[in-house]
Design a protein. Structure first.
Length: 173
């Protein structure tokens, strides 16, 4: 529900603050779509703590996906917005759910095309398991055990009008 999701974001923010301890060279990058809104929420909390505006960016990984040909004949590509050089930066990469690891792999490939970060750390709200690639998040809000045919839906006020997390079977979507 909304309160639990808010607490999860607060807890993740505290973990990020403890890990990074400084805003020097720190940037937050959200993976479209929900990762972007979560990145802005983290930005607000971390900027308030450090007393310094933390830059935030947006990645659209569409063209970096390994299943691009299966998505659509004319996939919709949104802009990637990185208003800073990623070289030498400490990047917090943000997404809502980690599943197979393919999205994160695509995001890292894209980031490296922009430069050589000092470090990339992954923060996710939900880890639902079922990895296909050896990619693990550094910061996790909740681990949710799922069946392979289930989907975790993170709803955010900015897009969906409400904050909550739902577990549904793929037949229900």
């Amino acid at each position: 529900n909304e309160a639990e999701l808010g607490q999860t974001i607060q807890s993740l923010s505290q973990q990020l603050i403890e890990h990074f301890q400084s805003a020097d060279e720190l940037v937050i990058i959200g993976i479209r779509t929900r990762g972007v809104h979560l990145a802005h929420r983290f930005q607000n909390l971390l900027s308030a703590h450090f007393g310094k505006e933390i830059p935030v960016g947006t990645l659209d990984i569409t063209l970096y996906r390994d299943d691009l040909s299966q998505l659509a004949s004319q996939p919709i590509v949104m802009p990637t917005e990185l208003p800073f050089d990623v070289s030498g930066k400490k990047i917090i990469l943000v997404d809502d759910v980690i599943f197979t690891g393919r999205t994160v792999r695509a995001a890292i490939d894209q980031l490296i095309d922009f430069g050589r970060p000092e470090v990339i750390r992954l923060a996710v709200i939900i880890d639902r398991g079922w990895r296909e690639y050896p990619i693990q998040p550094d910061f996790v809000g909740k681990v949710v055990e799922t069946l392979h045919n289930q989907i975790v839906l993170v709803h955010l006020k900015e897009i969906d009008g409400e904050d909550n997390v739902l577990l549904v079977s793929s037949e229900e979507t």
